[in-house]
Design a protein around this ligand. Structure first.
Ligand SMILES: Nc1ncnc2c1ncn2[C@@H]1O[C@H](COP(=O)(O)OP(=O)(O)OP(=O)(O)O)[C@@H](O)[C@H]1O
Ligand SMILES: [Mg+2]
Length: 234
């Protein structure tokens, strides 16, 4: 018996003016699994993520989302002039008397989340604009984890990270899976994908080529699907 998908895409199409970004994207992602979306530059991965979160509207097809979503976009939506604590609380700011921003609580909660995730970015009052690309990325991941939603979308969460930070984000992803989240990651790093994903969906030129369980595939097949050397099942 198959469990209901946390996220289901069927025949998703998206045009930007006359540019066809997505032609036929299909995907089923499940709770308690890490689902990687891979594909060449421009294959439609980020557009797919933005359709799931509602930034873009699909022109055709079905998008079924079963639960709340936390997301880290590739073009990290952090506010540079605000500090780490404030960025982590965006969208859910703690208030006193329902009005005044509760800065102490905001800073305490941010520090707690960062400590739990073993993220070291110094003082939570540091403006995000002063952080390195890698530090920003880790803050963005921590922010999404803090939201504690059943579905987590991470678009290139390790792109700007060094070896140690990448391993750290890998650990966080493994913990999210263990906590029963449906985790969707977009990544160009196939080593990372094979180390942390349960399933891989390959996009090519705006279409889903296919989905494989990591246990039943290998680098060669996935690379073949990415480049078009191996054709899809449709
Ligand atoms: N806002 C937009 N307006 C116009 N075209 C867009 C827009 N966003 C994406 N596109 C186009 O849609 C296609 C898919 O882009 P997308 O960003 O989804 O690719 P991607 O798979 O995430 O690539 P990358 O690996 O480089 O991040 C590309 O041809 C891109 O130029
Ligand atoms: Mg992208």
């Amino acid at each position: 018996m198959a469990a209901a998908a946390a996220l289901q895409l069927r025949g998703v199409r998206k045009y930007f003016g006359s540019v066809s970004a997505l032609e036929d994207v299909r995907l089923d992602a499940y709770a308690g699994e890490v689902h990687a979306i891979v594909g060449d530059n421009g294959a439609g991965k980020s557009t797919t993520i933005k359709i799931v979160t509602g930034i873009h509207r699909a022109d055709e097809g079905e998008v079924l989302v079963n639960g709340g979503i936390a997301v880290v976009y590739q073009d990290l939506a952090l506010v540079e002039c605000l500090d780490i604590a404030h960025n982590m609380a965006l969208g859910n700011l703690p208030r006193r008397f329902g009005i005044v921003l509760d800065r102490r609580r905001m800073e305490r909660e941010a520090a707690e989340v960062l400590r739990d995730l073993k993220v070291r970015v110094g003082n939570v009052r540091t403006p995000v604009g002063l952080l390195s690309g890698g530090q920003r990325q880790v803050v963005a991941v921590a922010r999404a984890v803090r939201m504690d939603k059943p579905i987590m979308l991470l678009d290139e969460p390790t792109a700007a990270l060094g070896v140690q930070e990448t391993a750290h984000v890998g650990d966080i992803i493994d913990e999210l899976r263990a906590a029963g989240k449906a985790v969707i990651i977009v990544s160009h790093d196939l080593d990372f994908v094979f180390a942390h994903a349960d399933r891989v969906t390959v996009l090519r030129l705006g279409r889903t080529v296919g989905t494989r369980t990591v246990a039943d595939t290998g680098r060669e097949e996935i690379v073949g699907m990415i480049t078009g050397a191996i054709k899809g099942e449709l």
